[in-house]
Write a protein that binds this ligand. Structure first.
Ligand SMILES: [Zn+2]
Length: 86
């Protein structure tokens, strides 16, 4: 079984970083959704994302704030240190 990790595009990664910075404020209620594909190994092993998920930020009433595609494989470590990930 090949393990492929998607890098995505730099533009998308920057857009995602900018969206988080803009919407994920300390004390704010922002929900983060990462839509993995069914085959993604993150769902099986818990730490290795092998798809290229769509990332979505929503506010506390479910309104979509930002949608970023092709930002590459999602790492659970992405948010360590930010202190804003629930
Ligand atoms: Zn994944």
């Amino acid at each position: 079984m090949g393990t492929e990790v998607f890098k995505g595009s730099r533009k998308s990664r920057r857009a995602w970083a900018a969206a988080q910075k803009k919407y994920m404020r300390p004390g704010g209620l922002t929900h983060l959704y990462v839509k993995h594909d069914d085959f993604c190994e993150l769902l099986a092993v818990g730490y290795l994302c092998t798809c290229n998920p769509t990332r979505v930020l929503k506010d506390d009433v479910g309104r979509i704030l930002a949608v970023v595609e092709n930002a590459g494989s999602y790492s659970p470590l992405e948010f360590l240190g930010s202190g804003q990930h629930d």
